[in-house]
Design a protein around this ligand. Structure first.
Ligand code: NDP
Length: 497
């Protein structure tokens, strides 16, 4: 008998849906169907694909409320927050569809002096079938960063949503099937980790994974068996820096929202704050006030919902307990803030840099705030992490300079998380936060391979790639190279003693 997967509402425990788990043969069959559809999809060209994706965008937009209901039920996040992530995903889809031709289409490049007889061009061709494995925290926005861009680049997609949000995945695939009923451009395979592992081994042409660093390593190992290329979008431990000249009120507001929204279950959420000593007291006062106004619950005033994954409550509690036991101070919340399923905001200060609340991803509504004597110290502490996903800087004079010095894939200056909502910007991390980029031109190119073509327009003046090349040609070649490159920057002369 087939195994069943039940999705439940984490806020109430109510059953949301029952799904049949896809086993390895089901996953293989989905990939085979996707491969067949990939031929048709590639033939549609940029204009045809744009028409389809624009129609899908229309469906998603008109039925946003319905999709938000499913997100709300499966994750427990407030309905308005569900709408926010769907709206952003739709905006990305529009950008990907509209820009695919410009970014990926054939273009001429210079063939250079040596090869002046050649016409050179490059274009970016679809890989074929892309596997997407997604997390539960932003079950629409996050996978759509891969799905939308992979489709726009001409691939078909097989998507394995988190076991906590299968209904969202099914809804997305069904909505595209309404636009294109005859070709399975986007299919969903439902299940637990084993279903994801089966997708890694099903012969997809690329695997785009978003989830924890630990699972990312397993995905990479499984994909290595067949040399399947991967994108790994993993966890983070993002820092927010507050300079002495910063707009402190705006920084505190951003820190509160960046740390607490979605109950802190955000890969690019603010987990650590480093504040210049001159504005520390004022910042902490403002952040504390804001954090006290936020509470987790199901009532209409609750700004955040439950922890979507039950086991995360213990992780948050362990991090807060560790920080406090090592001399950290909870100015809001504390170890008792982690209840059964709802975790109330916690603001920790003076947390030692080697405590787990600083070194590991917490993924809950908690934030650490530490005082620094200079922004150099702030940069050093912010960079002292194995992660490198996003970061934030509040500074009037030095925003761009500090942003450049932070080792993270994205930085917001004087606002928070803005980079994720700008479709033209690449999104992804360094270090344990993964590699590869979704969104923007880089995100489109991730789902293609570069195709280079050199077309001979006329016979070469110097025939080099032939066994009939003679000594005269060799001399002419050496002379030409010397003329072209011989005057390249000379090394400084050494003085003779
Ligand atoms: P997990 O790593 O637990 O799971 C991610 C996905 O991988 C799920 O669909 C999961 O399935 C699947 N999976 C589990 N085991 C395997 C396996 N062996 N082979 C293949 N797939 C597998 O992450 P979460 O779902 O808990 O998501 C939270 C994490 O995601 C956080 O670390 C967060 O920072 C990160 N994240 C990163 C983002 C980014 O863009 N960098 C964006 C959003 C989140 P199942 O659910 O059935 O276990």
């Amino acid at each position: 008998m087939s195994q069943k997967l039940e999705s439940t509402n984490p806020a109430t425990g109510d059953l949301v849906g029952v799904h049949v788990v896809d086993e390895r043969p089901d996953v293989d069959a989905a990939v085979a169907r996707a491969r067949e559809a990939a031929g048709w999809w590639a033939e549609q060209g940029f204009a045809g694909r744009r028409r389809v994706l624009d129609q899908w965008r229309g469906v998603l937009t008109r039925r946003m409320g319905q999709l938000a209901d499913v997100v709300h039920q499966e994750t427990g996040k407030p309905h308005a927050d569900a709408l926010l992530e769907i709206g952003m995903a739709v905006d990305h889809l529009a950008w990907a569809a509209a820009h695919a031709e410009k970014v990926l289409g054939e273009r001429r490049v210079s063939s250079g002096l040596l090869m002046a007889n050649q016409a050179a061009s490059v274009e970016y061709l679809p890989l074929g079938v892309v596997g997407v494995i997604g997390p539960w925290n932003y079950p629409v926005f996050t996978p759509m960063g891969s799905i939308g861009y992979a489709l726009a680049a001409g691939n078909t997609v097989v998507f394995k949503p988190s076991e906590l949000t299968p209904g969202v995945g099914v809804w997305l695939a069904d909505s595209l099937a309404e636009v294109v009923p005859d070709h399975p451009l986007l299919q969903v395979v439902v299940g637990f980790g084993e279903t994801g592992a089966a997708l890694c081994r099903a012969g997809v042409d690329k695997l785009a994974f978003t989830g924890s660093t630990e699972t990312g390593k397993k995905v990479m190992a499984a994909c290595a068996e067949t040399l399947t290329p991967v994108i790994i979008e993993a966890g983070g431990k993002d820092a927010l820096l507050v300079d002495e000249d910063a707009d402190v009120e705006a920084a505190a507001d951003a820190a509160a929202w960046g740390a607490l929204s979605n109950a802190g279950q955000t890969c690019i959420g603010v987990e650590r704050v480093y504040v210049h000593e001159r504005v520390y007291d004022e910042f902490l006062d403002q952040l504390t006030r804001r954090a006290r106004e936020v509470h987790a619950g199901v009532d209409t005033n609750a700004r955040i919902g439950p922890m979507t994954m039950a086991s995360q409550v213990d992780v948050v509690r362990r991090h807060v307990e560790d920080a406090v036991s090592r001399g950290g101070r909870a100015v809001v919340g504390g170890p008792g803030a982690a209840g059964d399923r709802f975790v109330q905001p916690t603001v920790l200060t003076d947390v030692p840099q080697d405590s787990v609340a600083i070194t590991e991803e917490t993924f809950g509504p908690t934030v650490t705030v530490n005082k620094v004597r200079s922004m150099d110290e702030a940069v050093t502490l912010a960079n002292a992490t194995r992660y490198g996903l996003g970061s934030t800087v509040f500074s009037r004079a030095r925003g761009a300079e500090l942003a450049r010095r932070l080792r993270s894939g994205m930085t917001a200056v004087n606002s928070v998380i803005a980079f994720a909502a700008i479709p033209a910007l690449p999104f992804g991390g360094v270090g344990d936060s993964g590699f590869g980029r979704i969104h923007g031109p880089d995100g489109l190119k991730e789902f293609t391979y570069a195709k280079a073509v050199a077309r001979q327009r006329m016979r070469p003046l110097l025939a080099l790639t032939t066994f009939s090349r003679d000594a005269k040609a060799d001399t002419a070649f050496a002379t030409l190279i010397t003329v072209l490159h011989g005057r390249a920057t000379q090394l400084p002369r050494r003085r003779r003693r």
